[in-house]
Design a protein around this ligand. Sequence first.
Ligand SMILES: Cc1ncc(COP(=O)(O)O)c(C=O)c1O
Length: 402
Amino acid sequence: MFGTKIKAQFPIFQTHPNLVYLDNAATTQKPKMVIDGITNFYQKENANIHRGIYDLAAQTSAKYEKVRTKVADFIGANASENIVYTSGTTAAINLVASSFLAPRLSEGDEVLISMMEHHANLIPWQMVCKAKGASLRVIPINTDGSLDMDAYKQALGPTTKMVAITHISNTLGTINPVAEMIALAHQQDIPVLIDGAQSTAHYPIDVTTLDADFFTFSGHKIFGPTGIGILYGKQAILEKMAPTQYGGDMIRSVSFEETSFAPSPQRFEAGTTNIAGVIGLGYAIDFLNQLDTPAIGTYLKMLGAYAEEQLSAIEGLSIVGTAENKTGIISFVIQDIHPHDIASFLGAANIAIRAGNHCTQPLMKHLGLPATSRASLSIYNTKKDIDLLVLAIKETIDFFVI
Ligand SMILES: Cc1ncc(COP(=O)(O)O)c(C=O)c1O
């Protein structure tokens, strides 16, 4: 089902037949049905939503709201009211930090994050903590890149006002035990946000079973368009949160003296939102729903393990992040060659990997590395892609190290 067979559904690989695309943690490629769905929307259905009463507007509004239900079903939410459209994971986390946490945070309080957070799940909390005299407490990692769960258990306490944790590390590939972490936090009534930017394309998500208070992800990392993301929130929590942006489509009534807001999720969606993005996300979910989603996780773990085995056999190459529970996101360094040199050499061979700090500068500092190279896998990658990567790395080493 995966690999070459599914690759045929992604037009970019017809445009670039020799492309070995291994930068899926940055963004995934788009299947034809998503591209066609967006084109079709603009050619045949375009209208603004929630405003006009003519046919096109009514149909587009209905489709836009149908995607909300689709997203809710896709991540196991109880109702479409739990689903807020945002521009991405980053916007979703910022919304929770400023609307949910800020009014509840006081001097001396703590927000728990981990050493492996993407800047998107770090800076919003850091800014709120600074504004309120609270502190950001960082759960350390073990040498293999897994989370130090003993430190996590010890850190939870009466001053903890929020836990924000990534489901899968975009740098290390570590899969965090989020169900256990949520259960532990809830024993002390501490709300938890799960950053699902990387996990949503890898695993079936069930926010209700997880009992997450918030869950966030981005459309572009699950085969959908850029500029659209999701904030899931428990109903009772969303209802108590105030909007952070004001304007059209988020109000109940407005006068020059007073405004009352629409219920959630509408109150968080001021102005004309990314309608085509929502429609495209709907097609991305249709695409994923046709697949055996539990099998995606198995495939990516298998391919990731194969990649690690092949890469670690290369002399001078070290894998960064070797947690037992990890998926197909593989960071590595090669003695005496800068990651940017590796990435540009590989780029010339049509192999797209990422080099840099992966928006995890504090993690890099902790690891004592300026950067790593990262190959991140998706459903259209094959063992042959890995073999080509390995070959090109060997050629890179031959070129730089004589
Ligand atoms: C773990 C993680 N969190 C958050 C983000 C931010 O996602 P976006 O840029 O789509 O808002 C990323 C993006 O790479 C990520 O990998």
